[in-house]
Design a protein around this ligand. Structure first.
Ligand code: FES
Ligand code: FES
Length: 158
């Protein structure tokens, strides 16, 4: 077992973990952060996307021990003081989900995308989300939601 200390959604956790434990399993099974989901386990679907030090990563694609000393944000830590993150609001308002399984990962990836490119074209949004699969194929509204979130953050910057 290896001792790790990780900040997750603003709280610090120290745990003994198996060196082979995946970050997604640490989040879900040890910390109970079940908002982060597993869709494939082969780093294809993006359902497990979280932020590591502010950048999106697929948490099934890294070990919990690799997060030692780092800061992880999951979908559960995205809202502040009970207020939804603008990307969560945009997904809600644009009906950008069907079964909802891909949604946590989509939102985490989309937030990182706008951080990198605050004013993306539709094409850039599609490329930015290409590592995230929606089995319900609701891509049209997902792209609309990301564009809406980009627009609203620009208005609030103005
Ligand atoms: S569960 Fe991680 S990419 Fe599918
Ligand atoms: S909404 Fe069902 S997988 Fe995307």
């Amino acid at each position: 077992m290896t001792r790790i200390t990780v900040t997750v959604d603003g709280a610090s956790y120290t745990d003994e973990v198996e060196p082979r434990m995946l970050l997604v399993h640490y989040l879900r099974e040890v910390l109970g952060k079940v908002g982060t989901v597993v869709g494939c386990d082969t780093s294809n679907c993006g359902a497990c996307t979280v932020h590591l030090d502010g950048r999106s990563v697929k948490s099934c694609n890294m070990l919990a021990v690799q997060a030692d000393g780092h800061e992880v944000t999951t979908i559960e830590g995205l809202s502040t003081n009970g207020e939804l993150h603008p990307m969560q609001t945009a997904f809600h308002e644009n009906h950008a989900l069907q079964c909802g399984y891909c949604t946590p990962g989509m939102i985490m990836q989309a937030v990182d995308l706008l951080k990198e490119n605050p004013n993306p074209s539709e094409e850039e949004i599609r490329v930015g989300l290409e590592g995230n699969l929606c089995r319900c194929t609701g891509y049209h509204n997902i792209v609309k939601a990301v564009a809406a979130a980009a627009g609203s953050s620009q208005r609030s910057d103005a």
